[in-house]
Write a protein that binds this ligand. Structure first.
Ligand SMILES: [Mg+2]
Length: 128
């Protein structure tokens, strides 16, 4: 269902696992989001730097080339204010604190449920 708040927003999905990426694309497409994709950390940095109008980045932590933390810090060098939400695997103890201390705005725990994701995106957009 199209979402009044998310419709037309630009979101970069950073995910190396193809089925997870397709799943996230499907959820956001239905909500009416304009989607960009990156499959590794370096690609995420390139896309983010070239698209300063991105509203939110949904960043996997475990990524090839550059991991999510490194990609985050490189994006922050170019853009301090971009909203960047980490995707983290369930049960990785200590991740939550590390993620927030590293400068992510927020995090979602995998497996990601559609409704949780939508709510989290809206909450972060409202804080912008
Ligand atoms: Mg991954």
């Amino acid at each position: 269902m199209e979402n009044e708040f998310l419709k037309g927003k630009k979101i970069l999905i950073v995910e190396d696992d193809l089925s997870s990426r397709l799943y996230l694309n499907k959820i956001l497409e239905k909500a009416g989001v304009i989607i960009l994709n990156a499959g590794d950390g370096q690609e995420a940095v390139n896309v983010a730097v070239n698209n300063p109008d991105i509203d939110i980045i949904l960043m996997d932590i475990q990524l090839p080339v550059l991991d999510g933390y490194t990609a985050l810090s490189k994006i922050r060098e170019a853009n301090k204010d971009m909203v960047i939400i980490a995707q983290t695997a369930y049960g990785l103890l200590g991740d939550k604190e590390k993620i927030l201390n590293s400068g992510f705005n927020d995090y979602v725990i995998k497996p990601i449920l559609s409704q949780n994701l939508i709510e989290k995106l809206i909450a972060n957009l409202k804080q912008k």
